[in-house]
Structures are given as C-alpha cells and as structure tokens.
Design a protein around this ligand. Structure first.
Ligand SMILES: [Zn+2]
Length: 363
C-alpha cells in the first residue's frame, strides 16, 4: 500500500518540532536553556544589583568561589602555609562565631558614598563593625559620605576616625599645612560630635618621616599606615624591619617601622589591582591573607598577628581601582562570617605603654 504523502508531511513536521524542543538553545522552550542563564564570570560587569538582606543573587554566586582557596603566594614577607588545619577551612557553619582566635580589623578610607550605600548593609547582615577614616573637607561631594551618613554609621556602632582634612601628600607640606591636615582634621571631625583617637596616612605617605609621625603623635593615640598583610601586635614579625617592640624610636633615635603611630595595614584595593580584578583570584588571596595569621597565633589568648584590612569604595562596578564590587565584598565578608572570624574596629586595638606592644580589646 502506497504511503500517504500528507501523513508523511505531518510526521516530518512533528519530528522537526520535537528536535527544536530538545536541542538546547535553539528554542526558548528548550529544557536546557544555555542562553537563559548567564554563568557568573569573574570579570563580567556586575549585573544590576538590588541589594537586600536576603540577597539571593550573592548566594547563588557563592558556589562559583572555591570553598578551599589555593594558598597562592601574595607576598614573600610572611610564611603563610597553614600548620594546624584551620587555614582555608570553610565549614559553612554560620553559628561558628565563638572561635575568636581568628581576628580581622576592617577599615574603610576616604568616606566614599558606596561605603554607606553598599558596604554597611553587608556589614550589618553579618553583624560586623568597621572603622571609617574620614577626610573632613570631603563630605559634600556627590561620591562622598556626608555628615548625616557618618552619623548613621556611628549610631550603628561603626568607628569614626581621621584621614586628614584634604588627603594631601604629607611629606611635602609646610609645618602649618601639616598641622592643619593632621591636628586640624581631629578638631574638624570632633566638632561634629566625635572623639577621634586614630589617624590614617593618605597614600600611606609620611609614616617613615619623623616630622610627620611626631605631628600625628601630638593629636592621636594611634596611627595606621601600610602595607603589610599582617600586623604583628608586638611589632617583631616584620622580616624586612627587625624590631624588639613597637616603641616609636630605637635607643639611637631611629624611627621604627611599626609603632603605635604606624600600625601596618593591608590594602585590599592594591591586591585587587595586582589580581587584575579577577574575582576568583581576589577571593583566593583574601582567604590566604586572613588565614596567614594561623602560623603566629595560638588560641585566643595568644594572638600576635592580625590582618588590618583596608578597603576604599564599595560599588556596583568592577575593574575600577579602589572600588570593590559589592557582590565580591559580600563574598569576602561571608567568608569571614562563615569561618568564625572575629571582626573588630580600629578602636578595639589597644596599646600597652609598659610593654610597648599592641593588644586587642574585647577578645
Ligand atoms: Zn585615602
């Protein structure tokens, strides 16, 4: 019996329709939508971010970061191989915040608007407080936190400190200008209702200059410069800068590298530039740095090495020097939270004038 041509056509059409339905990416109803979901790529521009405390976008992206980041070298000055099994661990136990033998001090420089808009909600989500170093004459720019923002920060337990009047290069100023930038900024910020005790050097400049450090010492209890992955609280661990303690001057009158006026911090933004804004590399290096303290600390009573991590702006964009992408920032904070890090402000860093060493309050 000859085949019916119309039946053949109908069967052919049905077969074509079935093929279109099952071959991925060809038809919008295809069960495998390769064009429907764009996988997270480290360097792709951030998709519009509507932040909320239940940020599913960030949670989805968490799986794209390594749970155990490789300990790639970032700086030859410290031996960062974990020795006790705590390094790099990610136990995903959000309740594990009692193991307070891992400490990070967080600070943000330059009072950027993104710190208020994007960083603070994330810090709040994880229950973290941080220090914000304020440039007193830069509170009216569009991209800056204003005094209202700064007041809201302090009301919620954030620590407000000084980062000069105008963010100038301190090594090249007259005595009067130096006094204005350093002493004047304490007076300026205090006049808005704060009690500033710490100072951060713009561009990390001036911390090896006795004239500048002496000016800082006139007005502040403590100062912060760069750029070391770990701050050794007894100041003896800096291999390129051997010291016996944190006293400001050695007996022969030489200014020490790390002192109460020049605590050494780690600039996350510099690392982001070194990592060419590759989020996976940045995450890996961050994990590496925060765990590098494990080699020097034995339990909560014997903490001697702490990363003082400095950020600047936090925003939606990527590939922008001195702006940390908000989703990446969330992941970095999530890592600290999930791995039981105790996050402190600069105000919780104390100094013992008898032993000339730093210590941690509230740990
Ligand atoms: Zn700055």
């Amino acid at each position: 019996m000859p085949r019916n041509i119309n039946s053949d056509r109908i069967i052919l059409v049905i077969v074509i329709v079935i093929i279109l339905l099952i071959v991925p990416g060809i038809h919008p109803l295809s069960p495998i939508k390769i064009f429907g979901q764009i996988p997270f790529l480290p360097n792709q521009p951030s998709i519009s971010h509507s932040f909320s405390s239940t940020d599913n976008q960030s949670n989805l992206k968490a799986s794209n970061y390594p749970s155990k980041a490789p300990l790639s070298g970032i700086d030859g000055t410290v031996n960062t191989t974990p020795t006790n099994g705590r390094g790099g661990s990610n136990n995903n136990n959000s309740n594990n915040i009692s193991s307070n033998d891992k400490v990070v001090i967080l600070s943000f420089d330059d009072n950027r608007k993104g710190d208020f808009t994007y960083a603070k909600p994330i810090l709040d989500k994880y229950g973290f407080k941080a220090t914000f170093f304020i440039i007193c004459n830069e509170t009216t720019n569009k991209g800056s936190m204003n005094w209202q923002d700064i007041a809201a920060m302090q009301r919620d337990g954030m620590d407000i400190q000084s980062h000069t009047m105008n963010h100038r290069h301190l090594n090249h100023l007259s005595a009067t200008a130096l006094q204005y930038e350093i002493g004047g900024s304490k007076q300026c910020i205090d006049s808005h209702g704060y009690n500033v005790t710490s100072f951060a050097y713009p561009y990390n400049e001036g911390s090896n200059n006795a004239t500048v450090v002496n000016e800082v010492a006139k007005y502040y209890d403590m100062g912060r410069s760069g750029n070391e992955p770990l701050m050794f609280l007894d100041c003896t661990g800096f291999k390129k800068h051997p010291q016996t303690d944190c006293r400001t001057y050695t007996p022969d009158g030489t200014l020490n590298f790390a002192t109460k006026y020049t605590a050494r911090s780690y600039c996350e933004d510099v690392q982001e530039i070194k990592d060419s804004f590759n989020n996976v590399a940045i995450y890996s290096d961050f994990v590496h740095v925060v765990n590098s303290q494990n080699n020097y600390n034995q339990g909560a009573e014997k903490i001697n090495a702490v990363p003082l991590i400095t950020f600047h702006n936090v925003g939606l964009e990527t590939n922008n020097p001195y702006t940390t992408n908000v989703d990446l920032f969330d992941q970095l904070m999530k890592y600290l939270h999930d791995n039981g890090f105790k996050v402190l402000t600069f105000k919780q860093l104390g100094y013992d004038t008898n032993t000339n060493t730093f210590y941690l309050k509230d740990v």
